[in-house]
Design a protein around this ligand. Sequence first.
Ligand code: FES
Length: 246
Amino acid sequence: MNDQAFTIDDHPVPFRRGESIMEAALLAGIYIPHLCFHPLLEPHGSCRLCTVEVNGKPLPACTTPAAAGLEVTNDTEALNQQRRTLLQLLFAEGNHCCPSCEKSGHCELQAMGYWLKMLDSPFPYLFPRRALDASHPAVLLDRDRCIFCERCVRASRELDGKEVFALAGRGLNTRLIVNSPSGRLGDSDLEASDHAARICPTGALLVRGEGFRTPIGKRPFDGKSLSETCLQRAAALLKEGKESER
Ligand code: FES
C-alpha cells in the first residue's frame, strides 16, 4: 500500500514511507537525471545532477525523503541548464574521449550528454594525468575517466562485502585509490563478477574482453535514451527490493 502522494511537475506521485523523491519518481515512471544514484546502493548525493525544486527550494532528489503534499519541479529548461553546466564541468575535468572509449554506447556519462543535449563545454579542459592501473588480469582502472561518484566504492562495501575502493586527496588531487598492500588493483581481492567492477557509469572501470562484445549500433544507449534505460532498470531493481522487504 502506498502511503500518500506528492506531485512532480503537477503529476501525482504515490510513495511509501522511507522512499526518496528519486525512488518514488522512478517507480512512477518519471525520470530525474542522475549519475551517482543507483537503485542498489545507498544514496550519496554527490553529483547533484538530480537537483529538483522542492516547494521552490533546490534539493537533491536522491537524498530528499518523499513527503505528502510536496510540490516538486523537475523537467524545466532552467534545471536542465544547471544540469548541463554540471555535466560540462565533469567532461572538462576528466579525459572523456568518447569516440575511442570502449565504453561508448554503454556509458551513462556519454548518454547523459546526449540526453541533456550538451554540444560543447565553455570550461577549459584540464586533461588530468592520473595513474592508470592495468595490473588486474580482468579489470582495467583508468582514473582519468573517474567522476568521483563513488558507485564502485559503495558497491564494493555494500554489495560485495569488500572494501576495494576509496577516494583520497582533495579538489583537483582527488583520486580513486585501491585497498591492497601495493595499492595496485591486481593485488586487491576485486573479481570481474563483483558489482564494483561493473557499476561504473563511465569508462573508468572496464571489465576486460567485454567492451567490443556488443557491436557499435547495438549497445544499450545506441537504440534507447538514457531516461528509457534508467527507468526500466530502476523499476525492475526497486520493485525487486520492495518485494524482498515484504
Ligand atoms: Fe542525486 Fe547524484 S544522483 S546527487
